[in-house]
Design a protein around this ligand. Structure first.
Ligand SMILES: Nc1ncnc2c1ncn2[C@@H]1O[C@H](COP(=O)(O)OP(=O)(O)OP(=O)(O)O)[C@@H](O)[C@H]1O
Ligand SMILES: [Mg+2]
Length: 345
């Protein structure tokens, strides 16, 4: 068992203030054009994004490399300036109250942007100071412990490993107890144990009422953690729904049927339904659950004189939907298990 990174149990002052509006983040017509320099063309990274993140949700923002995820997050964090559209966090408008908006949100950026000459403790104290958290209300030690950084609290950031720096970035985003936490690929390149502890940590925060937005290329991670998912591609939202509804949208299932004796040639009634014979002798039938019931398919098999010994069903997962919606480029994102292989060098 990997050691759990305990999250400090909530005190009455913890968690988001009650009475927050039901929508945590609202993006309307969000556009971003990076101006080309030195004769290079402009890049339209966001082409009109509309997104609503409900309060309390665990929201996955997915998309292939270059889709515009970090651009949207950096706009929320104040690290990039939008070209058009509106951004609100709990109803606070970015154009009108940028500082108030920033207080409502904690962002863990994709880039490791830590000052190498500060220690984790100094980094958190500085960040708390920036947000005007009074000394008495700071919880530096608590956060350091929660993220497994207590032992390196007084070491220079430059001496920390990549995974520890990643944790420090998460810690930094939490010093002002924001009711919304946005994490841009927090588990990229971290080992299995840290990944697990970050998952627990994010779940714990979410259970306390914190709204979480997560970007990740590990689709199983999104499948496990998130309740709502948006997929963006080329700067547009191509899908956004509750997780189960997204996958169901493919309206595809597969039945794998083991029969007592498969005829060399499948009966015509079965071939007409698209049944094929697998090399292992099973019969595979792909069907649309909205049009055909599995029971009807089984009836036809029995009608064809075959006796069913066993059956299995297969449903498409988030990865399949992702691939369909974003095309072949997404094939560059192998499953987490493959990506966890040690990087060369
Ligand atoms: N500072 C910048 N100047 C110019 N173009 C940029 C800048 N930042 C991002 N882009 C471009 O904007 C597009 C969106 O980039 P962004 O970083 O938002 O994608 P992403 O979805 O976060 O990708 P990834 O999964 O690789 O992190 C890309 O084409 C990228 O090259
Ligand atoms: Mg990114």
């Amino acid at each position: 068992m990997p050691t759990a990174v305990p999250f400090p149990s909530p005190t009455p002052s913890d968690g988001p203030p009650s009475g927050l509006p039901p929508v945590a983040i609202e993006l309307r017509g969000l556009r971003k054009i990076y101006r080309g320099r030195d004769g290079r063309p402009d890049k339209e990274a966001l082409r009109g994004i509309d997104l609503l993140v409900p309060r309390g949700s665990f929201f996955g923002l997915l998309g292939p490399n270059g889709a515009g995820k970090s651009t949207a997050i950096n706009i929320l964090a104040g690290l990039a300036i939008k070209s058009a559209g509106s951004v609100k966090v709990f109803g606070i408008d970015l154009d009108r109250h940028p500082r108030r908006l920033r207080r409502a949100i904690g962002v863990v950026p994709q880039e490791l942007n830590l000052d190498p000459f500060f220690t984790p403790r100094e980094t958190l104290e500085l960040q708390a100071g920036l947000y005007g958290v009074p000394k008495a209300e700071r919880r530096t030690d608590e956060i350091l412990a929660a993220l497994g950084l207590a032992e390196v609290a007084d070491a220079y950031a430059r001496s920390l490993s990549g995974g520890m720096r990643r944790r420090l970035l998460v810690a930094k985003a939490l010093v002002h107890r924001p009711p919304v936490v946005v994490l841009d690929e927090p588990t990229a390149g971290v080992d299995v144990e840290l990944r697990r502890s970050l998952w627990r940590y994010m779940r714990e925060l979410n259970a306390q009422g914190v709204t979480i937005v997560l970007t990740t290329h590990y689709l199983e991670e999104a499948e496990q953690l998130c309740d709502r998912i948006a997929i963006i591609d080329h700067g547009r939202v191509v899908a956004c729904d509750e997780k189960w509804a997204l996958v169901r949208r493919l309206d595809e299932k597969e039945l794998l049927i083991t029969v007592d004796a498969v005829p060399a040639e499948l009966p015509a009634a079965l071939s007409a339904m698209g049944a094929v014979r697998e090399p292992d002798g099973r019969i595979r039938i792909r069907y649309r659950p909205s049009r055909v019931r599995a029971g009807e398919i089984l009836d036809r098999i029995r009608d064809a004189g075959l006796s069913i010994l066993d059956l299995a069903t297969r449903e498409p997962d988030l990865e399949e939907l992702f691939l369909r919606l974003t095309g072949s480029r997404a094939a560059a994102h192998p499953r987490a298990s493959e990506r966890l292989a040690p990087a060369p060098g």
